[in-house]
Design a protein around this ligand. Structure first.
Ligand SMILES: N[C@@H](CCC(=O)N[C@@H](CS)C(=O)NCC(=O)O)C(=O)O
Length: 225
């Protein structure tokens, strides 16, 4: 299998299946397409080669393409049953899918005001966003309620026990909470730290920090790295 991704520092949707596959030990070759600054770009042409959607991530299984992070999770679940993509128990599985789908479809305020930027430290920008945007505060509050409920029900250390697709879907939120130093109660701070320290996420973070590839349009809060 090959996983086509974008820049690790910025590409939150690419991060999700990558950290899941890495964490679960599902072997794949990484194909990285560099983001660039124009829609009529090398990235757009390269991405369109893999899927007409023109976006990353794309999973290639031989020459069969699966695009969209959530569809990739489902494909991995079908191809590797019993590997822990979703919880085994039916209702837990439905709950994990509900959390993942809510992430996939929502939290637009947090996503747009705090774009993922792993190598950056942006506490001042985070404080400004937090003060100015009730919608961001509401997004974070809703996410924290879901996390705490899932962690209490499962006993942790991850949302449904072991690291799975639900954690992978929220891993970029954990990155944003850290980069922008958004306020988090102790119960969720521990979860964020566990996600950041998990093998798959830690490997992604290390690669993201090593990229040093400054993409102007992905940098609303910094002029230079
Ligand atoms: N719903 C898609 C979203 C994919 C997406 O928006 N990917 C971004 C990178 S994180 C992308 O390819 N952006 C390039 C562009 O907009 O030209 C998924 O879940 O995979």
């Amino acid at each position: 299998m090959q996983l086509v991704i974008g820049n690790k520092n910025y590409s939150s949707w690419s991060m999700r299946p990558w950290v899941l596959m890495r964490q679960l030990g599902l072997h794949f070759e990484e194909v990285k397409l560099r983001f660039d600054d124009s829609k009529r770009s090398g990235f757009a042409r390269a991405a369109a080669h893999f899927t007409p959607a023109g976006l990353v991530p794309v999973l290639l299984d031989d020459d069969f393409a699966v695009w969209d992070s959530l569809a990739i999770c489902e494909y991995l679940n079908d191809k590797f049953p019993g590997h822990g993509v979703w919880p085994e128990e039916m209702r837990q599985r439905a709950r994990a899918r509900s959390l993942a789908a809510e992430m996939h479809a929502g939290f637009r305020a947090l996503r747009s005001h705090c774009p993922m930027n792993i190598e950056a430290s942006l506490p001042e920008a985070g404080a400004r966003v937090w003060a100015a945007h009730e919608a961001v505060r509401n997004d974070v509050a809703r996410i924290e309620v879901m996390w705490v409920e899932a962690l209490l029900a499962s006993g942790g250390p991850f949302l449904f026990g072991e690291f799975g697709a639900a954690d992978a879907m929220y891993a970029p939120v954990c990155m944003r909470m850290l980069s922008y130093a958004l306020p988090a109660p102790a119960a969720t701070r521990g979860y964020i730290e566990r996600v950041a320290a998990s093998a798959g996420v830690a490997a992604w973070i290390a690669d993201a920090r090593a990229e040093h590839d400054f993409i102007d349009i992905a940098e609303p809060y910094r002029k230079a790295p």
